[in-house]
Design a protein around this ligand. Structure first.
Ligand code: M6R
Length: 358
């Protein structure tokens, strides 16, 4: 049942701290600073990784490529439906990873089969033990998020981002600085508690009243926050039926800025106070100058408050875990807007939980 929640989606949003604890359980060791994933014991570091996935899982794949680049492994993310159509070349020793919550998405299975038939080693990052993807791939890494009933992926996306961290640390070529790994492990250890803090303190509900009736909703982010901008927009359009789009912050001025008016709220994700954050701040000024309402999703370090009309706060944490927290805020915004519009939140029109046709 829904355990007293109005919708499975809200229940599953609130289950995230538990889901993340389960995902991490026994897999990170704070003392040794190590990551172990029992089911991946026989996996070697490949020379390159290709991800195939759809929808929300594709956003996790985009995030994953940036992490692999950080540890020096070339990686690409492909929409599964396109991969099976364009079959990119598979250099020797490439690992092909299908990210699929259900493990039953036809496009993803077809891309994995295509890679397998060309001799690649394959891995499924999935929530469902015994799913087709888990059975067909050479390796499987399980999310342990528990069943997700709502069509909108919520807790499984957060778990995918954590799962991807485990995978990348497992693949990290040896000899990398351990200090770096220790601070990541601390960020992962604190993540369930930080998510709980966001759930307890979020002002997303009040915000929805302010933004109700807007013409379109835009989401921008840079680096690891770019996939979250795409995911924020996907979740929003999926359950509110309102027009929403996500953009890389730096791409705004290459076209999308023409859409920005006082009737198009822009959600901007910006954390830390480095060069990357300063650049996003510049993009925020560009939309603010067009009178768009700006909602900053931020840890407060970038001093974005001066240019933002509204702030959704997240705790300060490791740069790899802050996208998870920003995304929880955007889940709540989408949920409350959809509830306010009286939408069929758990079963949005025209959509299915798992898409078993290509
Ligand atoms: O089960 P999968 O992860 O393979 O599903 C992929 C997409 O169909 C799925 O993420 C879809 O985009 C969600 N409904 C988005 O909330």
């Amino acid at each position: 049942g829904k355990s007293g929640y109005d919708h499975f989606m809200l229940k599953e949003i609130n289950e995230q701290p538990t889901a993340l604890r389960q995902c991490l359980s026994g897999r990170v060791d704070e003392v040794s600073g190590g990551v172990t994933v029992d089911e991946l014991d026989d996996l070697d570091t490949p020379s390159a990784v290709q991800f195939v996935a759809c929808g929300t899982s594709y956003h996790a794949a985009l995030y994953a490529t940036t992490l692999l680049h950080e540890v020096g492994i070339p990686a690409n993310a492909y929409l599964a439906s396109e991969y099976a159509t364009t079959h990119p070349p598979l250099p020797n020793d490439t690992l092909v990873v299908g990210i699929t919550q259900s493990g039953e998405t036809a496009d993803t299975l077809s891309a994995l089969r295509n890679a397998e038939s060309r001799g690649a080693e394959t891995l499924a990052l999935t929530n469902v033990v015994g799913s087709s993807a888990a059975r067909e791939c050479d390796h499987a890494l399980y999310l342990r998020a528990g069943p997700e009933i709502g069509v909108a992926a919520t807790k499984t996306f957060s778990s995918q981002l954590v799962g991807v961290n485990l995978l990348v640390e497992r693949l990290r070529p040896s000899g990398s600085p351990t200090g770096e790994l220790r601070s990541l492990i601390a960020g992962l250890r604190d993540l369930p508690g930080h998510v709980q803090q966001v759930l307890d303190d979020s002002t997303a509900l009040e915000l929805v009243d302010e933004l109700f009736g807007a013409e379109a909703f835009f989401f921008i982010g840079r680096g690891l926050h770019y996939p979250v901008a795409l995911e924020g927009a996907l979740k929003f359009k999926e359950i509110t039926y309102e027009h929403a789009e996500g953009f890389a912050a730096g791409e705004l001025k290459h076209g999308p800025l023409a859409l920005v008016t006082e009737n198009t709220p822009v959600f901007a994700i910006v954390t830390g106070d480095d060069e990357e954050a300063r650049k996003t701040l510049g993009n925020i000024k560009e939309v603010e100058a067009r009178d768009a309402p700006v909602v900053a999703v931020t840890d407060g370090k970038a001093e974005v408050e001066r240019y933002a009309d509204y702030v959704l706060e997240i705790p300060e944490t490791h740069e790899r875990t802050s996208p998870v927290l920003a995304n929880v805020q955007l889940q709540l915004v989408a949920y409350h807007m959809a509830a306010r519009l009286g939408r069929s939140i758990d079963k949005p029109r025209n959509l299915a939980k798992s898409v078993t046709v290509e």
